[in-house]
Write a new protein. Structure first.
Length: 252
């Protein structure tokens, strides 16, 4: 499809004006970043893999009644999505201690948590996306108490879905991040899952070996990121030819 007006460009995706009112085209780049974009690289094929994986997860959520912004995939790197008002919070659900929670609380990485923990991070790159309490969210008007309750409920439903899906292919869902947006249907507002769900936004470990199959491969220089993402896609049956995606794919 013809390229339209660019609306926004982030670290891993570009949003373009959609073909119909209330829609956007989301383009997945090959860029990889870590440590608040202090570490950068271009990983051939990463955008193709994340587009297909995010389509797979979002379609699955839609099918079980968890609303998302995903409408349909357009080509190898683009998908049509609903335009939403993004709440300026990252919602992180943790099942196993890893990353920042291990550093903050001194919990050994890999420790299973007694129950899923839901955390909120304020979306501001200049501040390093700081962890915030519900009191901060309500006080500064980023979301209401009802919004927070709904966001927790959405996050836990996504967690149940993804955990079961991953367990079925021998992968442990350690933690993941989602973003949530507001949409209006007449006078009625509701919250839906937005942005993306991919190995960029999840921690995924092989259940037998503990091998990392997510962006920690890039963060910690543990190997080839495209190979790790391809392994996730293969196990889930997302790649139609079960092959490796390599090299950039051009789209019109």
């Amino acid at each position: 499809m013809a390229r339209r007006k660019k609306i926004y460009e982030g670290k891993a995706k570009i949003l373009y004006e959609g073909p119909e009112p209330g829609t956007l085209v989301q383009y997945f780049k090959d860029d990889a970043t870590a440590f608040n974009a202090e570490k950068r690289a271009t990983i051939d094929g990463k955008g193709v893999l994340n587009n297909r994986l995010s389509e797979f997860f979002m379609s699955g959520l839609n099918a079980i009644g968890v609303p998302t912004h995903f409408i349909r995939r357009l080509n190898m790197r683009e998908q049509l999505i609903r335009s939403v008002e993004i709440i300026p919070l990252e919602v992180v659900i943790r099942n196993v201690a890893a990353g920042s929670i291990s550093k903050r609380l001194g919990i050994e990485e890999g420790t299973a948590l007694p129950r899923p923990i839901v955390e909120f991070y304020y979306k501001d790159d200049t501040l390093g996306d700081p962890l915030v309490a519900e009191e901060h969210v309500i006080t500064f008007g980023w979301a209401s108490q009802q919004d927070l309750d709904d966001m927790v409920a959405l996050g836990l439903r996504v967690n149940d879905f993804l955990s079961g899906l991953m367990m079925g292919v021998g992968i442990k869902l350690v933690d993941f991040k989602i973003e949530i947006g507001r949409i209006w249907e007449g006078d009625y507002m509701r919250l839906i899952v937005a942005d993306e769900i991919s190995p960029d936004s999840c921690r995924l470990w092989d259940m037998k070996t503990g091998q990392k199959l997510d962006k920690d491969v890039f963060r910690r220089d543990l190997g080839d990121l495209a190979d790790a993402y391809t392994e996730v896609a293969k196990r889930l049956g997302v790649l139609p030819d079960q092959g490796t995606v390599s090299g950039p794919t051009l789209v019109n």
